[in-house]
Structures are given as C-alpha cells and as structure tokens.
Design a protein. Structure first.
Length: 265
C-alpha cells in the first residue's frame, strides 16, 4: 500500500503479511507514527485459539486517493479472520479492522495491538474511549468504533495503552465480531469536536444483530463518514436510509448523502 507518496503531508500505510504476524508501518507525511507487528489474540468460550499461520490477500482496490487491502486467514477451530486496511489520503484517515467469523455461536474474546513509534505518546480521553497520539504536536485521534463512545460500560471492551502500542480488546457473544479503528490523521481536524455511534442495520424491516451486520457513523467537526460490514450472509439491508447489498462500505456522509470511498460487493 501507500508508503508516503501521493499528496504532500498525506497519511500512508505499508502492510507486510509474509509471516504469521502481520506488520504495519503507518504515519502522515514524513512522520512515522507506528511500525511493527500488529498481533491479535483470540479466545473462544474461555480457550485460547491459535491465530492464522499464514495470510492471503483476497481483495485490493485503488481509487482516487484511496487504497484498500483485505487479508484473510484461518485460525484454530476453523475461525475465519479478515483484516482490513484502508488509507484515505484526501479524507485524511487510516482505517484498520478485524472481522472474526466463527463456525457456531460462542463467547469470543479479541485483542489486537496497534504498533506505535517510540516517541509517540498515547493520551486516552478521560470520559470517552478515544485516544490521542502526540509527539510534541497532536498527530492523530484513534476511535474504537465498536465500543460505546462513553466509558460508562467497560464490559464490551477497551482501548488502552500497552508497552508495545495501543491495545483494542473486545468481548462478544454470537457468530462474529467486528473490531474497527478509525484513525484521524488530518492536522486541521485535530482540535475539532468528534463523536461516533453504532447504527441500526435493518433487513426486511427487522433489526439485525451485531454478529450479522454492523454500521457506524463518525463525525469530526463538520465532516462525517459511514462504515458498514456484513458479518453473515449478505442481504438487502439499510442504515441511515441507505440501501445496500455489499459486504463492506466505507463512505463519506455529507448532507444526508452517501458517497462511497470503497464498496466491496
């Protein structure tokens, strides 16, 4: 993926999936904000599960100012793991996510660590789950979209600094779990108010559970985005009044209109 080319001061990310552990190198302009292993750990019904031993690139798209790659691997117990990496240079954000799909319903614990550079300081917000990354200047906001914005209920997961980076942990019950990070790297937005929330996804007028399909809305300043991921069989679904049959959608949401950045059928 992008290694810093393109627009001056643009965000970038390089992915290495040649080994068992995926590595990501990411930053903005000349500033490297993170480099190294992007490991994940899984537990199903209280038992540790071996992560995928190898990864296959199953999708790659390059649009105007947008690069997207999707990796897939098989963990123990036949669990399917999909890793999503998207760089939106014009919009100024990096999107990283894992989709975990089980063979049967279970209690699933998930943990992944986003690598951070040595000089990067992580400053978690006091009352909400986002974290700010600084190196003397504000460089990024990290938003854990699958967690509630407010820290009132820690049972669903957490985003916490650890020695090797920033750990996203999640707990869910069902057949699947989605764990996305929206990383805002636009310098002009660093002081803007931000918020995010989970969206209701419906199919045939029925609300879909989070192990079938999920959607999120992000707002920073006056700009908004929409994220959707189907985790079960694809269907004709709707969220925010937008109908879709795709598996993955990441889009701008401006004046009530959806403008896809990436859409995977």
């Amino acid at each position: 993926m992008s290694k810093g080319g393109g627009l001056p001061g643009a965000c970038w990310c390089a992915v290495d999936h040649g080994g068992q552990i995926v590595e990501v190198h990411w930053g903005v302009g000349r500033h490297v904000l993170g480099a190294g292993a992007w490991p994940l750990e899984l537990e199903v019904d209280g038992l540790a599960v071996l992560p995928p031993a190898r990864w296959e690139e199953v999708c790659r798209q390059t649009e105007d100012g947008v690069e997207y790659v999707e990796l897939e691997g098989r963990a123990g117990r036949g669990i399917r793991v999909c890793r999503h990496v998207m760089v939106a240079q014009k919009d100024g954000f990096l999107f990283l996510a894992d989709a975990i799909v089980l063979c049967r319903p279970a209690e699933l614990r998930y943990s992944a660590i986003l690598p951070l550079g040595r000089k990067i300081i992580c400053e978690p917000a006091a009352e909400t789950w986002e974290a700010r990354l600084v190196d003397g200047r504000r460089r990024a906001w990290v938003l854990p979209l699958a967690l509630p914005e407010w820290r009132e209920d820690p049972r669903r997961g957490e985003l916490v600094p650890v020695e090797s980076g920033l750990a996203l942990r999640r707990l869910a019950k069902g057949r699947a779990l989605f764990a996305p990070l929206f990383i805002d790297l636009n310098a002009r937005r660093q002081g803007k108010p931000l918020t995010w929330r989970a969206l209701t996804v419906a199919e045939n007028f029925r609300i879909q559970p989070a192990d079938v399909a999920v959607g999120y809305r992000i707002q920073i300043g006056s700009q908004q985005w929409l994220v959707y991921r189907s985790l079960g069989p694809k269907g004709n679904r709707s969220l925010l009044g937008h109908n879709l049959v795709s598996e993955t959608l990441i889009a701008r949401f401006a004046k009530g209109q959806v403008e896809p950045l990436i859409e995977i059928e």
